[in-house]
Design a protein around this ligand. Structure first.
Ligand code: CTP
Ligand code: CA
Length: 232
């Protein structure tokens, strides 16, 4: 029996989720990427869909099969993800930035496959735009009624709380989900995760090791409670 009564909790909400790693091309056959599997972002997108949200998933390189019942925008690079995210902001109520965006890209993209002409090779990299920072800055300029609810991630291997709170404030997030990517049972590629959720006032909740699907459900419980409070 379906025990759900009344409207679903995210009915009418337009949710934008980014997931996966970006691909930063060196030449036509080589690129730089990271260990992100996309599983956490996919779980968040699916949980939002199940709660009635209209979901757009902006998706970089992933290992998992794309979920059903949502709009999927495929991108490769951080620059492409930046354009896709920014152009969708006016049609979004909640954004979850679970993607592992490469911080740097090769300064030059070679048109032809590079030849091994020298004994050593130095690859020059340049900074990618910080998408979450741009979202936070954009949001700060909106009227209160138009503001998005912004959920960022923080991948850390040490001083998790300090770095997470710093990112939350700098990137103007409502919540930040901090992930110790060095811990067993957490982080890139694993089926489970262990996260701590922070808001501007500090720790909201520590979510102990559980499947990424269960983490996603818990995250939406936390986000919904805080979004409702803002709307009161
Ligand atoms: N992020 C982003 N664009 C980037 C880099 C990061 O949108 N160019 C987002 C990620 O999607 C994540 C959050 O910023 O939601 C934090 O990413 P993280 O790599 O933990 O932090 P950085 O700000 O990149 O700092 P650093 O890697 O130096 O710790
Ligand atoms: Ca980074």
């Amino acid at each position: 029996v379906n025990m759900l009564v009344g409207p679903k909790p995210l009915q009418g909400k337009r949710v934008l989720v980014t997931a996966g790693g970006t691909i930063e091309r060196i030449d036509p056959v080589r690129y730089i990427t990271n260990d992100s599997s996309g599983k956490m972002g996919f779980a968040i997108a699916e949980a939002a869909r199940n709660r009635g949200a209209e979901v757009t998933l902006i998706c970089g390189r992933t290992d998992a099969a794309a979920p059903n019942g949502m709009r999927i925008v495929r991108v490769d690079s951080a620059l492409q993800m930046y354009d896709a995210v920014m152009s969708n902001l006016p049609n979004t109520d909640v954004i979850v930035k679970a993607a592992a965006v490469a911080d740097y890209r090769p300064l030059h993209q070679e048109e032809h496959k590079m030849k091994k002409t020298s004994e050593a090779l130095t690859l020059e990299l340049t900074r990618n735009p910080d998408i979450l920072q741009a979202v936070g800055d954009w949001n700060a300029d909106q009227l209160d009624a138009d503001k998005l609810f912004v959920i960022g991630f923080a991948a850390e291997t040490m001083d998790v709380e300090k770095h997470a709170l710093d990112k939350l404030n700098r990137k103007k997030c409502d919540l930040i989900v901090a992930n110790n990517v060095a811990a067993a049972g957490a982080g890139f590629g694993t089926e489970t995760n262990i996260v701590s959720v922070y808001a501007s006032e500090g720790l909201v909740e520590h979510i102990p090791q559980m499947t990424k699907k269960a983490v996603a459900e818990r995250l939406w419980d936390i986000a919904q409670a805080r979004m409702n409070r803002l709307n009161d």
